[in-house]
Design a protein around this ligand. Sequence first.
Ligand code: UDP
Length: 485
Amino acid sequence: MESVGDQLNIIFLPFLASGHMIPMVEAARLFAAHGVTVTIVTTPYNALLFQKSIDHDRNSGHNISIHVVQFPHAEVGLPVGIENLNKCPSHDMVSKLYSGIHMLQQPFEQILFNLKPDCIVSDMFYPWTVQVATQLGIPRLLFHVSSYFAICAEHSVEKHRPHQSVESDIQTFVLPGLAHNIEMTKLQIMDNERFQDRYTEFLRVIKEAELKSYGTIFNSFNGLEHDYEEYYKTVIGVRAWSIGPIWLALNVDAADKAERGNTSIVQEHECMTWLNSKEPNSVLYISFGSLTKFSSAQLLEIAVGLEASGHQFMWVVRQRENDENQWLPEGFEKRMSDSEKGFIIKGWAPQLLIMGHPAIGGLVTHCGWNSILEGLNAGLPMITWPGFAEQFYQEKLVTDVLKIGVPVGVTAWCRSFDEVTEVVKREKVEKAVALVMGSGPEAMKMRKQARELSAAAKKTVESGGSSKANLISLINELKTVKHGS
Ligand code: UDP
């Protein structure tokens, strides 16, 4: 029998943004389900977002808890409760939130020194955890919230600088050294080097920390990104464990799904009842993740394009603060509601539940990694609509590597989620929707491919699957490290 001394203690430090926090908290829960003693360190508002699931896990006998640290609202000038990026409506609030996160380093460090864990699993935005781990003599694992592909594509661009050999912003070039022929333009790549400021310097520190880490955990699986897992390990040279899709491995129940990440704006039964009345694969789900907010002009183009396509849809809308509420065409909402063609969700949606419903037949995505994984798990063909961060690389993964999606036709990368200005026209929206929701050979091929990936995702987290084996092998290795043998 295992004694208390054999018990592995791991601290998880998620970043204060939903796309980071959701998969990392689920990873923490997965480790706890495998007998590890887990502590998640976060702030009060963020703790509330997943407290129920942690209580549920504790009642099931898992050794998992949340350690709460007060967020310095007063010091940075933010209202109480604003502790997550998706709660920041303005650029000014975003920078205040970053200042607050910077101030949390000291109390977070103190907790690590007090609790003396056997390992730290850290988000990339806490590069300082490398030094703390060294001082404590324990491994620091990085938890990446994007795909291997995006990290490798970015590495290829930084190493070979292929964009420097083209003559215009829209001339395409190939990303060297990758297993697939990936062509992009200068406007699409994640080119932080165009800007030299404190943030780019911080990104350099983050990359250095990645190389100094014991290794990296990815929410991915071998059958999905094999070539890029190999590239990451051999060319970038960091050890890695693919343990995803994590929420599948965790086997979250319907109640967990309904409240995942936030309190939903709609009653779960309301959207499920609406979907229950629809034919299989007949509804397009449109979501741009937890951060992207469009201008009224863009929302109008989406609405008109959707209506013109004639297809049914469920659309999660996040409108910019201070933008006038005139983004819908005349009578649109009433027409959609009367004809039952469209269901609009103005706020947080129970995304996992929705995507898992048989009526959903396609996905419009901003190419956030969580949403892509959720979509492919549901076997959905996609329309890709990237905006910022690594989303343009992930678009290429979906369209050119996995071949389960078509681009809507966004042309330019933005540095931040609150800087998306490009307006994609209604004709492009209509065309992409008609293609993905139609029954032509291209749509059928994508749907078949997405279903095969979905089957592979389910297998990989079961006994005998590679993600399950990787998780167990990582836990065993960390136990060996703890005992110094
Ligand atoms: N999400 C959700 N409801 C929403 C918006 C987002 O449940 O209304 C979840 C979504 O299922 C995913 C995460 O939030 O797990 C968003 O992560 P992603 O990587 O897709 O994008 P990000 O928000 O980081 O841009």
